[in-house]
Structure formats: C-alpha cells, structure tokens
Design a protein. Structure first.
Length: 97
C-alpha cells in the first residue's frame, strides 16, 4: 500500500492510500464510522484491474466536515492523483458524498 499526502484548498492534508497499477483509478469512499482500512481486502482483489485510492474522510481528521467539504476532497483527489476519469465506489455516507 502506497501513501501520499494531498494538500487541500482549506489548508488541511489528506493521507491518500493507493494500491494497484491498473489503467483506471477506483476511488473508494468508506461509510460513517468506517475508515479506509475497511476496504483493504477489496482493494487487494481489485489491484490488478484498477489503481485503488482511499482515505479516511474528514470526520476523522477535522471538525470542519460536511458532505460538501468531503465532495470537494474527492474533486481535489481526482485533480491531483487521477490520470483519467475514475470509477467511484461509496458505501453508506461515502455513497452520499
């Protein structure tokens, strides 16, 4: 699992985890009370087909959270880490984002 920090427009940083070397990125958004580690087994299975990206969403690193801010985070990850239009996969709150 690779990790990198993505600077966000509001001054926070997001710790992005990636696994795989596929031609297309798959962004995985965890649900409420979950975290990016919940998806590790799925990322491992899909790593041959996709470059899987995940992170712990805002409620886990700042009080400045909300669906709009988390959606902005997704857009910033796409702009910084994706070579093409990614596939998005969300569970629970992650699907709302």
């Amino acid at each position: 699992m690779n990790e990198q920090f993505i600077p966000l427009s509001d001054g926070n940083e997001l710790q992005l985890r990636s696994l795989g070397n596929g031609d297309r990125e798959l962004i995985i958004l965890h649900g409420w009370t979950g975290n990016s580690e919940d998806w590790r087994p799925i990322m491992e299975r899909l790593a041959e087909t996709y470059t899987c990206l995940s992170w712990d969403q805002r409620p886990y690193f700042t009080r400045d959270a909300g669906i709009e801010k988390m959606a902005d985070d997704v857009q910033q990850v796409i702009a910084s880490a994706c070579k093409s239009k990614p596939v998005l996969l969300g569970h629970s709150m992650g699907a709302v984002v």
